[in-house]
Design a protein around this ligand. Sequence first.
Ligand SMILES: [Zn+2]
Length: 244
Amino acid sequence: MSSPNVSTDVLRTLHRIHRQLSDLNGRLQRGPKRIEAAQSHEQHREAQLAEAEQAARASRMASDAKQVQLKGGEDKVRELKLKLNTAASNREYQALKDQMAAQEMTNSVLADEILEGLEKLDEFQARIAEAKENLEKARQNGEAICAEVRQQEPLIRTDLTRLQSELAECEAALPIEIKEHYLRVIRQKGEDALAAVENQYCSGCNQHVPLNVCAEMMMGHPMFCRTCGRMLYMPEEGTANPAE
Ligand SMILES: [Zn+2]
């Protein structure tokens, strides 16, 4: 046989390294996404607080305007009362009385509305307090995530560097004849470029691996799955049985 030989150990290790690399890269990429999500949650909480404060402000302004209106109405009643004393006729007196009654009714409605507004103000204050609490929680959560990501990143990078050099070492052990093919599959599939053969099945795509392929592998010849193209290797337990 002129096929190049490749050790099962090397392939097994390569697969382990590629899986770990992919896991670490995933964690590295998730870091900024977690921060981004926390920041957008914080912004959402900020907007909720601003909204609650704005609603309280609008309600207070409406209430203030009604206070002014009520004061004007009360002045008007006092004015009408004075006019009653100087009424020239019964008709004028009655008209002033009617006007006063109408004004008092308006004032009473305003006073009720002002009271309602004051009750609402309490609700608004409670909403603002809740929004502030939520914002504070979101800020603390964001800071914790930031700190965690910042703390983990250098550790992940150190692991990546160590794995990269382990990978280079391992790849150097691959026969030159299959290295190009291996690199191409790695580029296409990443960590899924390799698969163990378990009980004559490719663990990548679950398709049957013919006996003659298993036999070649047992002799240390590099083989690829005919269905999914993964580079095959024997698992540590050596569960696959080649042809006799
Ligand atoms: Zn396969």
